[in-house]
Design a protein around this ligand. Sequence first.
Ligand code: GTP
Ligand code: MG
Length: 192
Amino acid sequence: LKYETARFESSYGTIEQLPEPTTPEVSFVGRSNVGKSSLLNKLIGRKSLAKVSSQPGKTANINFFDVDGVRFVDLPGYGFAKVSRAEKQRWADLIGGYFDSERSFNLVVSLVDIRHDAQQLDRDMLGFLVESELPFVVALTKADKLSRSKQNQQRASLARQFGLDPQQMLVTSSETGQGIAELRSLIEDACL
Ligand code: GTP
Ligand code: MG
């Protein structure tokens, strides 16, 4: 993939009129603040094509990016407590509506913060992906915050907690670039 050609495509606050599913799609899901937009930027090699914020709840729409004919989809985060019930419902509808729609889900990148033990909403998300037989990989994020030995420990431990094969979990960092080359090749295998 020619990442340098990446460009913003469109943004949707409701799922009524998503772009036609005519291209392969790679979607990024995970809790608010887990690092979805940062990982997407790192993959693309651009500082801020997707908006990043230290405040959770930054991405409140579904944002589509075109990367050399592959669509990268930045979804709103789940599990952010500090928004109104109506807004929470809107985000849930967006995420649910997206996965309910008829699209080419080539790869779902499901992000989980490597520092924390398994949380219920992540179990739910991964359970849903397994159940729906969607191709996915778990990207453990913010690995730069842990030593290498701690990273390996957490990877094994989270795999156990989620009931997944450690092979399905990739240790990543948008700060250091750890795991980015591996993730790119998984994406290319899934899309090309
Ligand atoms: P929402 O859009 O709110 O759902 O958040 P998001 O999942 O898109 O997270 P975002 O990329 O905006 O990052 C949230 C915060 O985590 C920002 O302050 C980032 O700088 C930080 N962050 C993201 N990835 C990493 C990483 O790999 N390492 C470190 N140390 N910080 C990171
Ligand atoms: Mg975001």
